[in-house]
Each structure stands twice: as C-alpha cells, then as structure tokens.
Write a protein that binds this ligand. Structure first.
Ligand SMILES: Nc1ncnc2c1ncn2[C@@H]1O[C@H](COP(=O)(O)OP(=O)(O)OP(=O)(O)O)[C@@H](O)[C@H]1O
Length: 265
C-alpha cells in the first residue's frame, strides 16, 4: 500500500430530494450521509460495512460521480467526480471498475456476454486486437472459458453471471475496483468461489479494492480495513483485528456479536 490517497472525502453531506407527500410537487432534501470524512490509499483493500439503508450504495454513487454532494468535497484519483467534462469523465471511468449489486438484474438479458464485455472498451475507444486481448485476459482472471462469450446472461448460473460482471469491471484495467455486495445474491458455496477469485485478482493486479457489504465475514475475507457506516455516518474505521478485539462503537459491538467469525477460506 502506498501513501497516495485515491479517494478523499471531506465533511460530506449527501442525500436525495424526495417528494414531501404522495401528490406533492415539492421535493425536500433528505440527507442519507452526514459528516463523512474518509481517505482511501492506493492499493488498500477496504470494506465499507453497514446494515441495509445505512447509505453504502449512496457512498459508492458519490465516488462514481452519480450524485452531487450537498456539502463537502470529494476527490477520486485527483478528479472531482460529479463536475467533470465529458473527456475527463471518460478518463476517470477508465480508472474505475464497478461491480454492481445483484448479478441477475445488472446484466442486459438481450446482450450476449461478448457484447457485455466489449461495450465498455468500445466506449473508451479500445477496439480490434487490443480489445480482444483484454476480454480474454479478463475472462481468465475470473476463470471463465471463452465459450461463454456466445451465451446470453440467462443461460448462466448466478455465480457465472457474477464472474461476467467482475470481468466487465476489469476489461479496462481499473486502478480502483468497487464491489457492491459482491456475494449477497449467491449461494454460500458460490460465495467462497467469488471471494477466492476476487482475492486472486487483488494479488495479481493490486488495485485499490473497495467492498461494500452488510456481512462482516465477507468483509473480513475481502479487506484488511473496516469502515463501519451506521445511519449515514462513519462510526469506526480500523483493522479487522482491532474491530473484532476492541470494537469501540455500540453498533460495531452488535455487529461483531451477531457473527461467529469463521476461519478464512
Ligand atoms: N434514488 C433515491 N431516492 C430517494 N431515496 C433513496 C434513493 N436511493 C436510496 N435512497 C434512500 O437512501 C437510504 C440509503 O440507501 P442506500 O441504498 O445508500 O443504502 P445501503 O446501505 O446501500 O442499503 P442496501 O444494502 O439495502 O442497498 C435509504 O433510506 C434509501 O431508501
């Protein structure tokens, strides 16, 4: 790990404009994230852990520039992600690989895997032999055979769909890999397979790996540092050893107590 920050968030407040009533035309700002201060360094392997509704996906959307903060500053790889011009947006998109939640809903059922993997490269102006090389490399990283390129998503199992999503996030060789609940939609046996694949990818490519999850054991397998998000605020940030041996916040204590942490796979 280096001392170069790749994600820097200062005094962030962010949320959504929500209609005041069922038929109301007026929208009121509802904060979801408050007082967020966070620095993630190059090559770090961190997990953002919190229960459903804590604001984990909103925090990812902030990093991806999909939401503008109401207050505070966000820098990702030196860019301010929500205020980029088209060219800079492309440059930043090249550097981030994002694996969304729920593989079965995140893949376009009308596109073959081939198109799913080539599309992000074409969008970045990469084609021909170079694109082919990258697609094959990405398939190799997730242990999928090239034959899968001719399949539609609904011909694949949940675990294979997730591997396609991971391959799609890797085709452009990202510096940051963001994983949103990478195992929550999968059977337990498949979860271990995906965790192993992600750890292998980390060892080979050494991206900054940010995993968002509600599941402490999954976080422990995929990260070295835990960032605990509770009701939109970061309440604790430490190594897993510190978090498990000496949890400081009451919510972290509840989280730890509710799991019997298994041995690493
Ligand atoms: N587009 C939106 N408009 C209004 N409110 C939203 C929107 N997206 C999320 N929210 C609300 O923001 C809060 C945080 O949602 P978010 O999806 O960030 O949580 P999360 O921790 O990722 O939870 P989950 O694991 O269930 O996805 C929730 O109360 C949710 O209802």
């Amino acid at each position: 790990m280096s001392s170069e920050p790749v994600v820097e968030i200062k005094d962030l407040v962010a949320g959504y404009y929500v209609a005041k009533g069922f038929r109301s035309l007026f929208k009121k700002f509802t904060p979801v994230l408050r007082n967020i201060n966070l620095t993630i360094y190059r090559g770090e392997k961190v997990a953002i852990i919190g229960e459903s509704g804590a604001g984990k996906t909103t925090l990812i959307k902030i990093m991806l520039g999909l939401i503008k903060p109401r207050h505070g500053e966000v820098r990702v790889l030196g860019y301010t992600p929500y205020s980029l011009k088209r060219r800079e947006k492309r440059l930043l998109a090249k550097k981030i690989g994002y694996v969304p939640q729920d593989p079965s809903r995140s893949l376009n059922p009308r596109l073959k895997v081939r198109r799913i993997l080539y599309e992000p490269l074409e969008a970045l102006g990469i084609d021909g032999e170079e694109a082919e090389k990258r697609v094959f490399e990405s398939l190799k990283h997730v242990h999928l055979h090239r034959a899968v390129l001719d399949y539609y998503p609904d011909q694949l199992s949940g675990g294979m769909m997730q591997r396609v999503l991971i391959a799609r996030a890797l085709v452009h060789k990202p510096e940051i890999l963001i994983l949103d609940e990478p195992t929550s939609a999968l059977d337990v046996s498949i979860q271990a397979q995906i965790i192993n694949i992600l750890n292998e990818i980390y060892e080979k490519l050494k991206p900054t790996m940010i995993t968002v999850t509600h599941d402490i054991p999954v976080a422990q397998y995929l990260a070295e540092k835990a960032i605990i998000l509770y009701k939109g605020e970061i309440v604790e940030e430490a190594s897993f050893q510190e978090i498990i041996e000496n949890p400081k916040h009451p919510y972290t204590r509840t989280l730890i107590q509710s799991y019997t942490l298994p041995v690493k796979p």
